[in-house]
Design a protein around this ligand. Structure first.
Ligand SMILES: Nc1ncnc2c1ncn2[C@@H]1O[C@H](COP(=O)(O)OP(=O)(O)O)[C@@H](O)[C@H]1O
Ligand SMILES: O=C(CO)[C@@H](O)[C@H](O)COP(=O)(O)O
Length: 499
């Protein structure tokens, strides 16, 4: 039997899957790493930590594998998007990576609009200037750490850096490059125009490959450290959301995905690159060649739940924290949560907004808070579903993946709040599976990603919306939507008291 490895470099952890030619996940390893948050709105990670944890994880996986290392034919990557990794001329890391959920760059976003103009920016990059994207981070470094900017010889995205360390080859690929604001998304090339406007030398942008492109092999050093064979082919991989889409079979028009990882996304496949969503949703290149997807993003989805757990139930597992939520009625006994712990993207591009619990009273117990956190996250994702529906998309079925899809009550809640059928897959690890599928397709096991999806993607359970619940959630959703408007100014005034 032949195998491939899919590596998902997530925000909370790197998750590594060993998948056989039948699409069965034979082994799984996960290694977590922390966020570095020096100030409110700052979020960084040490790229070296990604490499160390991935190498450890692959080593563990290979040690537990009873076949021959040569049978692991290929490896590919999925990664948290947008994070800026700067390398000097020796390809050494210059500073910590500034991540997708770091919102220090509001001023740089303003400068981008001023210098390029919103209309032109949308026509080239298909996206608005958002704090999480890479170009604003690069401009922040240029302004605040000019010595680091001067030293930089290339920038990479997180999984591209990881792949460089495993192969010695420097590349990016279209699906992740699309999240930089430096790519001409429709023409699939770095925008020389945007680079020139901001004084970014073209060499700073790495060469581009297709996601299934064979970009190198494992170096002899990494083969020695991990037990992988040097013949293991390395394929470029994709942005985690593009890989999540591949791993969930979102490979045709009309398919919709919901992912609750650290962030939360609602994503829809797009055949064309010329639709106009006026920048209300992200519009990126897919990991499938010449395809696209649109997506709304909740910055702190799973992160809201993990924040709650770390703060109030540190030593408990998620399953035990969530054990009693179905004993709490819809609406959490009058408690409403908004998940704006790190600001928000969709539908409010707002770096200053912060979360709220509205309606606390002395009868509330921990379980009410937990339920309200899940409801608030799901309401936020429903705002993206609403934008898609308002733009004419029919959403009656949603495939649900990510850490959040491990909980059955949450999946039923998604069905009731989205008023759509929710499909759970055999593995909730869509991005890792998508990465493995890119390797499988790259190895030539299948003639297309679609054919690979027919073999690899397996639905195991569906959750139908329950009419009575849908009605109750609709009432709550209209209250939820008022919280943003009513807390926006308060949050602006609280800014001076933040860390
Ligand atoms: N058993 C569980 N039930 C519900 N949610 C969970 C469970 N385990 C993890 N999660 C959620 O999933 C999130 C992590 O999802 P994951 O897809 O691994 O994220 P990432 O790719 O960002 O590292 C956590 O922040 C948590 O909110
Ligand atoms: O910023 C985005 C998408 O635009 C995030 O979705 C990141 O890609 C992080 O993903 P997870 O770690 O939550 O999977």
């Amino acid at each position: 039997m032949k195998y491939v490895i899919g590596v998902d470099l997530g925000t909370s952890a790197v998750k590594i899957l060993l998948v056989n030619k039948d699409g069965k996940v034979c082994q799984e390893v996960s290694k977590s790493y922390p966020l570095i948050q020096e100030k409110s709105g700052y979020s960084e990670q040490d790229p070296e930590e990604w490499v160390v944890k991935t190498v450890e994880g692959i080593k563990e996986l290979v040690q537990g594998f009873d076949g021959k290392a040569e049978d692991i034919e290929g490896i590919s990557f999925s990664g948290q998007m947008h994070g800026l990794v700067l390398l000097d001329e020796q390809n050494e890391i210059i500073r910590n990576s500034i991540l997708w959920n770091d919102t220090r760059t509001s001023e740089q976003c303003r400068q981008i609009y001023e210098a390029v103009g919103k209309e032109k920016l949308l026509s080239i990059t298909k996206n608005p200037a958002l704090e999480g994207f890479t170009l604003p981070k690069l401009l922040w470094v240029k302004e605040h750490e000019p010595e680091n900017f001067e030293k930089a010889s290339v920038f990479l995205l997180p999984k591209d850096y990881l792949r460089y360390r495993l192969t010695g080859q420097i590349h990016s690929e279209y699906s992740d490059a699309a999240g930089t604001l430096l790519l001409n998304v429709g023409e699939k090339k770095w925008s020389t125009e945007i680079c020139e406007i901001f004084g970014i030398k073209p060499e700073l942008c790495p060469p581009l490959a297709e996601s299934h492109g064979h970009v190198g092999n494992i170096t002899s050093d990494v083969a020695l450290q991990t037990g992988l064979a040097e013949s293991t082919k390395v394929f470029a991989g994709g942005a985690d959301n593009a890989c999540g889409a591949i791993g969930s079979g979102i490979l045709a028009e009309g398919r919709t995905l919901c992912s609750v990882g650290t962030s939360g996304v609602v994503l829809s496949y797009e055949e064309r690159n010329d639709q106009d969503f006026e920048g209300k949703v992200h519009y990126f290149n897919h990991g499938e060649e010449n395809a696209y997807y649109t997506m709304g993003v909740t910055l702190a989805a799973g992160y809201s739940l993990s924040w709650f757990k770390d703060t109030f139930a540190k030593d408990e597992e998620f399953d035990s924290l969530l054990a009693h939520i179905d004993q709490v009625p819809i609406g959490a006994n009058g408690l409403l949560f908004t998940p704006y712990l790190a600001g928000e993207r969709t539908p409010y591009a707002d770096a200053l907004i912060r979360g709220s619990f509205i309606g606390m009273d002395a009868s509330h117990q921990r379980r009410d808070f937990v339920r309200s956190v899940l409801e608030g996250i799901t309401f936020s994702l429903n705002e993206s579903i609403e934008i898609f529906r308002e733009n004419g998309k029919k959403i009656d079925t949603v495939i649900s993946i990510g850490g959040g899809a491990k909980n059955e009550t949450w999946l039923q809640m998604q069905a009731d709040i989205f008023n759509a059928k929710i499909v759970k897959l055999s593995s909730e690890q869509g991005p890792g599976m998508g990465a493995a599928m890119l390797a499988a397709y790259g190895c030539g096991w299948f003639s297309s990603l679609q054919q690979c999806a027919e073999h690899f993607v397996e639905a195991v359970k569906t959750y139908e919306p329950i009419e009575a619940n849908v009605g109750q959630y609709q009432k709550l959703f209209s209250l939820y939507k008022q919280v943003y408007q009513q807390t926006r100014e308060l949050n602006e005034q609280l800014q001076e008291f933040r860390k």
